[in-house]
Design a protein around this ligand. Structure first.
Ligand SMILES: [Zn+2]
Length: 240
């Protein structure tokens, strides 16, 4: 499937929702929210985009509700699929991705849309690389800030900042070596901030306790009383 030729952006009070247009079907405008959160508008030939947007605006509350519901299924919109879906998950929210021909070397997030310039908009590999490199930069900022906050928290106050790095990993969200080096999954930046916080505190607890024994968990519980719920949410993503 090629990127939708026509994508409109429906702006609601709280977010921007991309609508991909499918032309030529039926006699009325119809809007459907797919399981993965994509919104498709089937539009008769000749209907102007402004008319479609006006129709979508009337149904904005319903569309937004359905999109949110799809997000609770915690399906991350992976960079590799963005060319197809036109969506990306960033910090637990879904944003439109706009792939456009261009020479700029970097994707940029502007006004709630991730704009990805590539020489050939059908080159999925190039799209994936651009999006991944944008996510990695963002992940660097997000994790650095989360680590700072974690280190300030009781009971870590005074602990030296550990060396850390990012890596795209399939099975782990983070790890802490015996030497105190922490590796975070770059993909964490696609999950909710509360889950990033959980992984950071989990790994920081490993600086004090290198196993998953009782002392480790009691320390974790002191940092994050609701750590079990967060772990559950994270596992729901890993199971995808
Ligand atoms: Zn652990």
């Amino acid at each position: 499937m090629r990127p939708a030729a026509e994508t409109l952006i429906l702006e609601t009070a709280s977010r921007k929702i991309p609508l991909s247009l499918e032309r030529g079907k039926g006699r009325r405008i119809r809007i459907a929210v797919l399981d993965d959160g994509r919104v498709r508008a089937s539009v008769p030939r000749g209907v102007a985009p402004a008319r479609v947007l006006a129709f979508a605006r009337e149904k904005a509350a319903w569309i937004e509700r359905a999109v949110r519901k799809s997000e609770t299924r915690i399906r991350l919109h992976a960079p590799a699929k963005s060319a197809e879906t036109g969506l990306i998950s960033i910090l637990g929210q879904t944003y439109p991705v706009k792939i456009e021909p261009g020479r700029a070397r970097r994707a940029a997030f502007a006004d709630g849309v991730l704009v990805v310039p590539v020489a050939d908009i059908h080159d999925r590999e190039a799209v994936r690389r651009r999006i991944e490199s944008w996510l990695k930069r963002r992940a660097g900022q997000v994790l650095a800030a989360a680590l700072d906050r974690g280190l300030e928290a009781d009971p870590f106050g005074g602990l030296a900042a550990p060396p850390w790095s990012l890596r795209w990993m399939k099975r782990r969200w983070g790890s802490c070596g015996r030497d105190g080096r922490i590796v975070f999954n770059t993909r964490l930046v696609q999950t909710a901030p509360s889950l990033v916080e959980y992984v950071v505190l989990h790994e920081l607890c490993h600086l004090k306790h290198h196993d998953h024994g009782a002392s480790f968990y009691s320390l974790l519980a002191r940092c994050l009383p609701d750590w079990k719920e967060r772990r559950k949410a994270l596992n729901a993503i890993a199971a995808e």
